[in-house]
Design a protein around this ligand. Structure first.
Ligand code: GAP
Length: 538
């Protein structure tokens, strides 16, 4: 099972500290999010997996970390100053602003069709470099990391002696002044990209494009986003970006949103290196570029076999980190019944849900859209009880739900059943899990048990080089559930047997290791733990 609604993920992220709205104590800032203690681990782990697969495990890649701020001319010749626009429309009735291609001629806020003609809106954030605010100080926050790679092409080539084909990988922040940021991490104004510019001999570009499509689908599969949940959209010519000859968009099936782009894989031809080169007339470029009188470099590659300079073509797999984190969370998320529900309790909660939905249907306080959304979601839950019982929580968190008095009764009926009979589990690939191992003492007021658990935690931290935690703030069952919910693959419990104080002397110096997915428990000698866990983490 995966997440059935985005609200489940949003609620988990907030509850457990994966993601917070940015600047929340001042009312937030639209389209900006902060990663919390668990989110930063998950995000870093996803990036590390990408870097490992694309840089360390290949023979044809180099890494780069270019600055966010670049000379304004980069954005002039990349084409972004002129073409990085979205069509903006104003609603004349309620004065809201929208992206024309997202709203089908009707204002989503008030329903009016009295809209202005679309006009281009450049999405680059501008700023000023230095203390004097004249036109020479204008700079942009980069809207893609790619340009940092193109303008360093000659530097990387000169310092690494690479031969074609080879690629440069980079992970970093990008900024876009999206007209309507929305859908949580999906469309934001500040985000991270994992980008590869892969330089190939012209003529081999189409084959490499296919190859990268396969490689990237395989990688998403390896981090828990299966191939069958991604459709490949062959972008039609009239939708292509200004630099692209052909682009495949990988469309992940996000809950509520349907198939949406998680990564684009573009054939950028010789457009970018050609655009940033001097002496363009001598380069036999195939792309149409703006004449460049400012560049000081010829961004070419000397082909030793044919003994002439060529401008390489570029294949660009470009993935969003936040969209990746969201997809990984959606795929890993499950709400599972761990024990069957007695029939009378199920009936009581069914009745409470029915009464709540009746009250929603009659409510005059609710906005009609909010009411319909709540009814549809509530009915879907009702049709799939008891499996979807835990979704009562996100249902009651929907806008306006707090105005329905019977919500309290529903929560009162549902919550104890959810607590007793269900668990939320994130079945993350162990390498992505924010916490790899949690260690608990069976009794928190037993000094030797606490000391042993803390020692095991420290030792595993050193041996595994990944986040491990100690926890003694609840009963073991509760601690297991807490770790399940954040995706910790293994929990270790130190008990009386570990200390030689139990009934089984043979278990001295062993601990219980509990597996997140199967919930099976195994007794493992403390001395074997590093090897045991390292094998599993591989
Ligand atoms: N260098 C090519 C490029 O930037 P893009 O399709 O505009 O291409 C690449 O962006 C990826 O960056 C997208 O597939 C998406 O994952 C991510 N992305 C783009 N805009 C985003 C936004 N506003 N919020 C979150 N992620 C975004």
């Amino acid at each position: 099972m995966t997440a059935t609604s985005l609200d489940q993920i949003i609620s988990l992220c907030k509850r457990r500290g994966f993601v917070f709205p940015g600047s929340e104590i001042y009312g937030g800032l639209q389209g900006i999010y902060d990663y919390g203690p668990l989110g930063v681990e998950l995000k870093n782990n996803l990036i590390a997996e990408w870097w490992r697969a694309n840089v360390y495990e290949r023979d044809d890649m180099e890494g780069l970390d270019a600055a966010i701020l670049m000379n304004r001319l980069v954005w002039k010749y990349s084409g972004h100053e002129e073409t990085f626009n979205d069509p903006l429309v104003d609603c004349r009735t309620c004065k809201s602003r929208w992206r024309a291609d997202h709203i089908h001629g009707r204002c989503p806020n008030c329903g009016s069709t009295d809209l202005t003609e679309p006009r281009p809106f450049n999405m680059m954030f501008s700023t000023q470099v230095g203390p004097v605010a004249d036109s020479g100080a204008l700079a942009y926050l980069r809207p893609e990391t790619a340009q940092g790679i193109f303008v360093n092409f000659a530097n990387v080539l000169a310092t690494t002696s690479r031969k074609l084909p080879f690629g440069i990988a980079q992970v970093g922040k990008a900024f876009r002044n999206e007209i309507n940021p929305r859908n949580f991490l999906f469309r934001v104004r500040e985000f991270e990209q994992m980008e590869i510019e892969y330089f190939v001999m012209p003529g081999t570009d189409e084959a490499w494009h296919q190859q990268w499509l396969e490689d990237r689908l395989r990688w998403w599969d390896s981090v828990g986003v299966p191939r069958e949940r991604i459709t490949v959209y062959d972008v039609p010519p009239d939708e292509l970006a200004h630099y692209s000859k052909r682009t495949y968009d990988l469309m992940y099936q996000y809950p509520d949103l349907g198939p949406q782009e998680i990564e684009g894989i573009a054939n950028r031809t010789d457009y970018d290196l050609g655009s940033h080169s001097k002496d363009q007339a001598s380069l036999n470029l195939t792309a149409r570029v703006t004449p460049n009188a400012d560049s000081t470099a010829r961004l070419t590659y000397f082909d030793p076999e044919r003994r002439h300079h060529v401008v390489p073509y570029v294949i660009e797999p470009s993935a969003g980190v936040g969209r990746g984190v969201l997809a990984v969370l959606c795929e890993a998320y499950a709400e599972e019944m761990t024990r069957a529900l007695p029939a009378e309790k199920l009936q009581a909660v069914t009745d409470a849900l029915t009464a709540f939905l009746k009250s929603v249907g009659r409510s005059e306080k609710l906005h009609p859209e909010a009411r319909d959304a709540m009814l549809a979601y509530g009915e879907a839950i009702g049709n799939h009880l008891p499996e979807r019982l835990p979704e009562v929580e996100p249902l009651l968190a929907m806008p306006g739900a707090e105005t329905i008095e019977l919500g309290k009764k529903l929560r009162g009926q549902a919550q104890p059943l959810i607590d007793e009979h269900f668990r939320t589990v994130l079945r993350l690939r162990p390498r992505l899990a924010p916490v790899k191992v949690a260690v608990f003492p069976l009794k928190r007021n037993h000094d030797a048990m606490v000391e042993t658990a803390r020692r095991i935690r420290r030792q595993l931290q050193l041996e595994l080089g990944a986040r491990t935690v100690y926890d003694d703030t609840g009963a073991i069952g509760k601690l297991y559930r807490r770790q399940d919910e954040i995706g910790t693959p293994w929990c270790i419990t130190v008990d009386f047997d570990t200390l030689g104080e139990g009934k089984e002397p043979a278990l001295t110096d062993t601990v219980t290791v509990r597996d997140r997915d199967s919930m099976a428990q195994e007794r493992v000698p403390i001395a074997n733990l590093p090897l045991y866990l390292r094998e599993k983490l591989r």
